[in-house]
Design a protein around this ligand. Structure first.
Ligand SMILES: [Zn+2]
Length: 408
């Protein structure tokens, strides 16, 4: 009985160690054995054995390094094998649909983004389009190593089962997206669906402007405004995954009607339509109109400069409230806000300084996002890789066994 308990415990430890190693490799792209020893606290011989399991399963490869490891024997470099485990990442945005094939280690192997007209779309049409784009970039050999699908949706999503409760800019209400997508893709791998701003936050945390930060507020803007909060290094989701909808924080009781049915939400004061309205451009004009306003401001147009100043003030006002509540170390501005950061930054910082509590204000930095328009897609890939990163043991088989499975 005691021996059984010890065996069970050592298996639990082995799986936790495998997880620590694959997370290091996935995050970094490559690590020397010495670095893995230093970063995981495991012994050299333990690392050698565990790396061997990944190599035998085709998930990693080792190359003899000559320059790494300092004096003495060079430490072999361990790389994740991008083709050894792949995920499909999808982004259902307001202006476009994107599908990417992403390999272990985060390498984007292929990506197709197709612009779509704004406005409401039938779910079946979107699913069909996503499956078509996935078919273009997934050949048979890669499909064999597909371990999951991650989808970012510009809407409010229940994490547990990918149920889209509401996506106002797509015209979706109560859509069970995972099942029709699985049928269209003809796949049985897990399909994880989440809000695009939550996934943008995850992407910036793992591979962008917020690497190494634990307390982060990510704000993303397109037509709608979304937010992703990272608390203690983990996303804040709320009871069902609906949390972080900072765009619908009520800020102006005398404001205008919002897509969500309320009045005076933050989104109505800082979103793309607010900026275009203030600048005297057609509110539904999209990114081309935003670019035109940016050009006007750079040329010194007082109307355009005033529009950015007003949006910057509202940005600072809302951020002051959020900074007071969450005390983040970093605010990352994504999407629209990343692009207009140079033009709204001063007004934003001034308003933040006026309204945020001094202690919290002193500790927070506001920076533009690094991953741009693909942030939700990168986050969707991270979401799809999570089961493998958390417990890679299930994917570890001798190479021969994988080949047999594939040909069966
Ligand atoms: Zn609203």
């Amino acid at each position: 009985m005691r021996l059984y308990a010890v065996g069970q415990r050592s298996e639990t430890v082995r799986r936790a160690n495998l997880s620590a190693i694959v997370r290091e490799l996935h995050a970094s792209g490559a690590r020397s054995r010495s670095e893995l020893v230093a970063r995981t606290g495991l012994t050299r011989s333990a690392i050698r054995g565990l790396i061997g399991e990944f190599v035998d399963s085709g998930l990693a490869s080792e190359v003899r390094a000559t320059s790494l490891g300092g004096p003495g024997r060079p430490s072999p470099l361990v790389r994740p094998n991008p083709e050894g485990a792949v995920v499909l990442a999808m982004d259902v945005a307001v202006d476009s649909l994107a599908v990417a094939l992403v390999g272990l280690g985060g390498e984007v192997l292929d990506l197709v983004r197709v612009q779509r007209p704004r406005g409401h779309s039938a779910v079946a049409e979107v699913v069909e389009q996503l499956a078509e784009q996935a078919g273009v970039i997934t050949d048979r050999s890669r499909a064999d190593n597909l371990i999951g699908v991650g989808v970012a949706v510009a809407g409010i999503v229940r994490r547990s089962d990918g149920f889209v409760a509401m996506a106002p800019n797509l015209g979706w209400r109560e859509v069970p997206l995972a099942a029709p997508l699985a049928r269209a893709l003809e796949t049985t791998v897990p399909i994880s669906i989440a809000n695009e701003a939550d996934l943008g936050a995850l992407a910036e945390l793992r591979r962008g402007a917020a690497v190494g930060a634990d307390e982060v507020l990510y704000l993303s803007g397109e037509v709608g405004v979304g937010g992703g909060l990272i608390v203690g290094g983990k996303p804040l989701t709320g009871v069902a995954g609906f949390g972080g909808e900072v765009g619908h924080f009520p800020v102006n009781p005398d404001g205008i009607a919002c897509q969500c049915g309320s009045v005076g939400c933050w989104e109505t004061e800082i979103g793309e339509e607010a900026l275009l309205r203030l600048a005297g451009h057609p509110p539904g004009g999209g990114w081309a109109e935003v670019d035109a306003v940016v050009d006007e401001a750079r040329a010194g147009s007082p109307t355009a400069l005033d529009a950015f100043e007003t949006v910057g003030c509202w940005l600072g006002l809302g951020l002051a409230g959020l900074v007071n509540v969450f005390n983040p170390g970093l605010v990352v501005l994504g999407g629209l806000f990343g692009r207009i950061h140079p033009l709204v930054g001063d007004a934003l910082e001034a308003e933040l300084g006026r309204r945020a509590l001094a202690g919290s204000r002193a500790l927070v930095r506001v920076v533009p996002a690094r991953l741009g328009v693909d942030a939700p897609l990168v986050g969707a890939a991270e979401l799809a890789f999570e089961p493998l990163l958390a417990d890679p043991a299930a994917w570890l088989r001798p190479r021969g066994a994988r080949a047999e499975l594939a040909s069966a």
